[in-house]
Write a protein that binds this ligand. Structure first.
Ligand code: PLP
Length: 388
């Protein structure tokens, strides 16, 4: 039987074997509570501290500026909710953010704790820096724009927005904080916080071949953010609860591997395979549209719409042939709704239901791409025939 082909790396990634090896001691003998003073606690804390130094090294920040969380969703929620106060501040975000940012923004609005401006994107799925600048109000306290989009892989001009905000902030007493959700960017882009001029940055472990259930929020020293979870005061009071030691150790190991020269080199191969896949789709399948900029795009992302075919039907048909892909958003797939990202690009509701996302990763090879192309071409043809 042919091996299963996984092309859903933007959804999650398999656990790297070196990451598992790094985690195992903390799931067995090293079971101490990092808050304990005895040697068991000290050894557990050493594991957490080592992971923190890897994250800080990757981001180019201080150790105290890294807060481990239970997920990127939690980190996004903390960045958004953490700025709310009685004065009903103003927040700027974009319409193509992940639900982990959009939902807390909508919740703050509903609770009367903030007003929010959702800025649009161009037809390529890119935020315009000028639109962000024009949306700034006297009481704006936070701008949250994702680094790379999870559905269409478009890369946003974070460094430019950061520079613009830095300039704007020189004339303000209450500075506008700049948050970016970098979850999808980590495998492919430079996340140095000074280069990007961000104050808050979200990371997730399971998108980088680390364990699930671990994330982090970078909080620039001096940025005033309230914790979401309070209690025992772990993570310098910013995230109470006994640390997920093995998970955090795994997260650190995964982030170390992201920076391995061999892994970095492999990204070129991923990009080449991705380009070959897009080229074949455009050549072999009629009436297909690529969603999002091809230029400013993550190296592993393919997102296309086939006219008159529902993306979900393709997902199910390919799954039956051992190929795992997605429509782009787990949330809209679950609710069977058009993708909010594609609607933001100006696609009709019908077109937005027809998207298919294929995201490549470390396990993808050329034979996989060739096999997927053969099955995909036949599948789209068959589904179209069924419609007429
Ligand atoms: C851009 C982005 N932000 C946040 C998340 C949520 O990450 P987590 O599963 O760690 O909560 C995801 C996951 O799909 C994502 O793609």
């Amino acid at each position: 039987m042919r091996k299963k082909i996984y092309l859903d790396y933007a959804s999650t990634t398999p656990l790297d074997k070196d990451v598992l090896r790094a985690m195992l001691p903390y799931m067995k003998g090293e079971y101490g509570n990092p808050s304990s003073s005895h040697v068991f606690g000290q050894r557990a804390m050493a594991g957490v501290d080592n992971a923190r130094s890897i994250v800080a090294g990757f981001l180019g920040c201080e150790l105290e500026e890294v807060v481990f969380t239970g997920s990127a969703t939690e980190a996004d929620n903390m960045a958004i909710r953490g700025v709310a106060d009685k004065e009903k501040p103003h927040v700027i975000t974009s319409v193509i953010e992940h639900e982990a940012v959009l939902a807390p923004c909508q919740e703050l609005e509903a609770q009367g704790l903030a007003t929010v401006t959702y800025i649009g994107v161009d037809e390529d799925g890119i935020v315009n820096v000028k639109d962000v600048e024009n949306a700034i109000k006297k009481n704006t306290v936070l701008v949250s724009i994702m680094y790379a989009n999870s559905e269409i892989g478009t890369v946003q001009p974070i460094a430019e927005i950061g520079r613009m905000l830095k300039k704007v902030n020189t004339k303000r007493t209450r500075k506008i904080l700049f948050h970016t959700d970098a979850v999808q960017a980590v495998n492919y882009l430079d996340c140095n916080v000074d280069l990007l001029s961000v104050d808050l940055l979200t990371l997730s472990s399971h998108k980088i071949y680390g364990p699930k259930g671990v994330g982090a929020l970078y909080i620039r020293s001096g940025a005033e953010i309230d914790p979401l979870v309070i209690g025992g005061g772990q993570e310098k009071g910013m995230r109470s609860g006994t640390e997920n030691v093995a998970g955090i150790v795994g997260f650190g190991a995964a982030l170390l591997k992201v920076q391995d020269p061999k892994i970095k080199l492999h990204r070129i191969k991923i990009r080449q395979m991705r380009d070959a896949l897009i080229k074949s789709i455009l050549k072999l399948i009629p009436e297909v549209q690529v969603n999002g900029s091809l230029k400013n795009r993550l190296a592993n992302n393919v997102n296309v719409s086939f006219k008159d075919v529902e993306g979900f039907e393709v997902v199910v048909a390919l799954d039956q042939r051992g190929i795992a892909v997605s429509t782009g958003s787990a949330c809209s797939e679950r609710r069977h709704e058009p993708s909010h990202v594609l609607l933001a690009l100006g696609r009709s509701g019908k077109d937005a239901m027809s998207s298919l996302r294929m995201t490549l990763g470390r396990g993808t090879d050329r034979q996989d791409i060739e096999h997927v192309m053969r099955i995909l071409t036949k599948t789209v043809e068959r589904l179209r025939k069924k419609r007429v």
